[in-house]
Design a protein around this ligand. Structure first.
Ligand code: FES
Length: 190
């Protein structure tokens, strides 16, 4: 169960309540419960990268469902964190396409470089590492998501460069890192 001793009762801010209205407007009256994921995401952004037990309770009561139904969604998907995370949330995909293209090496250098294990945060609070399943950018494998951005066509060198740039507050291009293609266009000539 989630440790939540130090968190106050959750409520959406006034600004986010406007977002809540917009989210609800996207679903038919008898399907409002489907808003559970965007509501959890909104709460997570408001709190700072994770969802508290109180937030899940609040959302389940908004949706008029038992707490467990919202909790099982929050605890199933790797996009939701049930504990505080670092400033940069690194999700390394190790599913088939990424694995075939070297994601194990990226995971290993990440652990060594940051001195963390899977699901741990660095002591300075800058990075949290999580190994995840396919993030839907297989054509640009191997890839990593950091906060809301995808970094693709990685090798260990380009990945470490991203970590160091984030640490130093340098600007980094998102998307493919091999500079050979834009987006998911073919690597060679068609
Ligand atoms: S296998 Fe890595 S994004 Fe799909």
């Amino acid at each position: 169960m989630i440790e939540n001793k130090n968190t106050k009762d959750f409520e959406f801010t006034k600004k986010n309540l406007e977002q809540v209205k917009k989210i609800f407007s996207k679903y038919p009256d008898d399907q409002k419960v489907s808003a559970v994921m965007p509501l959890l995401d909104l709460a997570m952004r408001q709190i700072g990268g994770w969802v508290t037990e109180s937030a899940i309770k609040h959302i389940s009561s908004m949706l008029n469902i038992p707490f467990i139904r919202a909790y099982e969604v929050a605890s199933f998907y790797s996009m939701f964190n049930l504990e505080p995370i670092g400033k940069n949330f690194i999700q390394i995909c190790t599913t088939t396409s990424c694995w075939l293209r070297g994601s194990d090496n990226i995971l290993e250098v990440c652990k060594k470089h940051l001195n963390v294990k899977n699901n741990q945060t660095t002591k300075d609070g800058l990075f949290t590492l999580k190994e995840v399943e396919c993030l839907g950018a297989c054509v640009n494998a191997p890839m990593v998501q950091i906060n809301d951005n995808y970094y693709e066509d990685l090798d260990t060198e380009s990945f470490l460069n991203i970590l160091d740039s984030l640490k130093e507050g340098k600007k980094i291009d998102i998307g493919p890192q091999n500079k050979k293609r834009k987006g998911a266009e073919p690597l060679g000539s068609a």
